[in-house]
Design a binder for this molecule. Structure first.
Ligand code: 16G
Length: 244
């Protein structure tokens, strides 16, 4: 509850009250929180004080407003541990969500310079290019383009439908490719127009842009992937050990 004689401003106390209700699940994901009028009556404060608290929680991404409908609790982000080398399908399975994909492009093409460099190929060598929109429980959360050295997975596109199959599973089981480690970068940026459309986000939503070079047991790279994840739906966490 709120304390009037506290040094903490009233709007901050109300903000923390709402935050606690979200964290405890009292206000559950995607449900509407009490209206500004109800909250101002409950706490006997001005509407402006409540608006200030809610505006900050919207900026922090815990709440969002729907025009004419009210203020709703934003679903928690998918929290991926940066410890093991997993595929999108495995990540979704681990958290009990259904993975699906829309294949936007699938072809065998000459490697662009950036791809050839990452995969230690001569420019123009053939790579399998697979561009997919990746969905979790029906919601588009990432746009991903994977390049695999074609010589390592001949005819892969003739025999597989990557709108429902896992690329990593096919590479492991059919082509005997054992992925041992990957080098991954993660950086924030704004969305491109294509990403805005495909991921159904607005221009304020940040993108977590990633590149991954995946290596086999001979320490040779075989995949170069670029991904654009929705920054409002995804976060990464890592366990860090002290060096001392
Ligand atoms: C992940 C990988 C991507 C890989 C894909 C395979 C990142 C940033 N990228 O999304 O490199 O191609 O998994 O997914 O994690 P699949 O086996 O489900 O098709």
């Amino acid at each position: 509850m709120i304390t009037r004689d506290s040094a903490v401003p009233l709007y901050i106390q109300i903000k923390e009250f709402i935050r606690q209700n979200i964290l405890s699940g009292a206000y559950s994901e995607n449900t509407r929180i009490p209206s500004e009028r109800q909250l101002s009556e409950q706490f006997e404060v001005s509407r402006l004080t409540v608006t200030k608290a809610i505006t900050e929680l919207v900026t922090e991404g815990l709440l969002h407003t729907r025009v004419g409908k009210g203020t709703f609790v934003t679903p928690g982000k998918i929290n991926q541990e940066l410890r093991t080398l997993t595929s999108f399908t495995e990540e979704m399975q681990r958290r009990g969500q259904a993975a699906a994909s829309r294949v936007l492009y699938a072809s065998i093409d000459p490697a662009e310079e950036e791809v050839a460099r990452a995969l230690a190929l001569v420019p123009g060598a053939k790579v399998m290019v697979l561009k997919r929109l990746r969905l979790s429980d029906g919601q588009a959360i990432a746009l991903e383009i994977s390049h695999i050295i074609d010589a390592l997975c001949p005819n892969i596109l003739d025999n597989h439908d990557f709108s429902c199959e896992s690329l990593y599973q096919v590479l492991r089981e059919e082509y005997g490719l054992n992925m041992t480690h990957a080098q991954q970068t993660i950086e924030a940026r704004r969305a491109t127009v294509t990403e805005l459309e495909l991921l159904k986000i607005d221009s304020h939503t940040p993108i977590l842009s990633m590149t991954r070079i995946t290596f086999n047991e001979q320490d040779a790279p075989f995949e170069y992937a670029r991904s654009a994840y929705r920054g409002d739906r995804y976060k990464f966490n890592a366990v860090l050990h002290s060096v001392g």
